[in-house]
Ligand binder design. Sequence first.
Ligand code: NAG
Ligand code: NAG
Length: 525
Amino acid sequence: MLFFFTFLIALTMVHCAHYDYGEYDRTRDDFRPGTFPDGFIWSTATASYQIEGAWNVDGKGESIWDRFSHTPGKVDRGDTGDVACDSHNKYREDVQLMKAMGLKYYRFSLSWPRIFPDGTVAGGVNQAGVDYYNNVIDELLANGITPMVTLYHWDLPQALQDRYGGWVNEEIVEHYDNYATFAFQTFGDRVKYWLTFNEPMVLCSLGYTSGEHAPGIHDPTSVSGLSCGHTLLKAHARAWHTYNTTFRQLQGGKVGIALSLLWAEPRDPDLPADVSATDRAMQMINGWFAQPIFGDGDYPNVIKETVQKLKSQLTEVPEFTDEDKSLIHGSADFLGVNHYSSRITSDKPIDIQTQSVFESFQMTTAPEWPRGQSDWLFAVPWGLRRLLKYIKEHYGDPDVYITENGWSDGDVQPPVMEDTGRICYYMTYIDEVLKAIEEDQVKVRAYTAWSFMDNFEWTRGYTERFGLHYVNFTDSNRPRTPKQSASFYKDVIANNGFPKGAEVTRIVQDMWEQCRGSDTVKEEL
Ligand SMILES: *[C@@H]1O[C@H](CO)[C@@H](O)[C@H](O)[C@H]1NC(C)=O
Ligand SMILES: *[C@@H]1O[C@H](CO)[C@@H](O)[C@H](O)[C@H]1NC(C)=O
């Protein structure tokens, strides 16, 4: 899931009244029928801590999210991932539901402490954990579903947190590389798509700056957050080179990284101050990780300037040597994009002496943007197309896999099963992907809906539901029920988009008008 730095969240709540979003692109919101290129990947995603449960079963070690959610006051209603969707037991049923939707791909993550309970190879491998993932992978393949595996989706072994202080300490790189090597070795005969990390920006800013996420480190100076990012980039590059050198020839897979990328639109495109503020925001939020890997191999200037200012407070200055740069630059076979929302950005003058460049812009939303249950989630489909074009132009025209995109409803009674808001969101965002491919020639290879089912939404616990399937968390069997969006997405997959001139076009066109014309989305909230 995507979040922003805390100060951005606070600013988000201010609506901007002066923004005329239709003024300079009148066809922007038109529906474009058409099908996706042959072989386009349609997928859904989950993550280990959010769905597996079985937190202390079969030899699994404690993760930082186990520790964090067990700490009173950290998660809404005191929810934990102890049971979650119980996918540790119910993965066969999940695979059958995927098959029923016609899904051919599934993105999920490995829990590092389920495989190495204390995070290290020396501490010993937990065979039961390895067996579990072998079973999941085999079950998927037996049902014609290709696994796409995230190595790290936030559940660090607690032992590594205790021993090293987590991602601020570069000693962890070695352990991560050992873990990645083991995963390539053990599962790589069957797994051909890998993601090293999920959303480093989010994990470093919420885990090591605001402290809202595990491991809960609150450091408003940004020193910990920047160190975390520095370590992650090195760990990512190490794992990619390990794969490239040792496994690629034999296994023939691809290794990428999933970055949470935001689209920022200048409040006034004719005002140079707003345009440059928007550029700073894009560099800071997206470029922090995208530029070292997909750009010139180094941090964007806004990050470098911040590091210079903080130098006196840093023990290890996060700056790359030439060797680091050459290892990091180009260390991805594709760019995984987790994208949910956009912001309108304007300039905010700062005192250069006392304030950080991070504070030099201000972000808002437009009143007409429908909002999901999550306070940061506003539906701005055209933002995705602009982001994709930006990626093509700024990050070397990489193969792009959209690795997350989705919409939240509340945990209400009766549950939202006719989830029009989610259908509208998927329909409009997917159509923008089609425009990006056909009109802007962006090399988008995959689209992944977040999420396959309702699950543990981090600090929001089970209060925000992102699933194509409803999960009843008060029932010990955790029954899953497809929502209307599951059947909508099933049709999109079966048709490989919205075929021109077909009946489906008419139906989608009608829905499109409804989504745009009515207040359905707002009513649902
Ligand atoms: C990846 O591995 C291939 C084959 O060993 C090698 O030729 C190439 O230089 C490696 N790429 C990088 C960026 O190190
Ligand atoms: C969820 O499960 C509980 C316990 O079995 C049941 O009472 C409740 O009706 C279920 N809710 C829904 C929406 O199915």
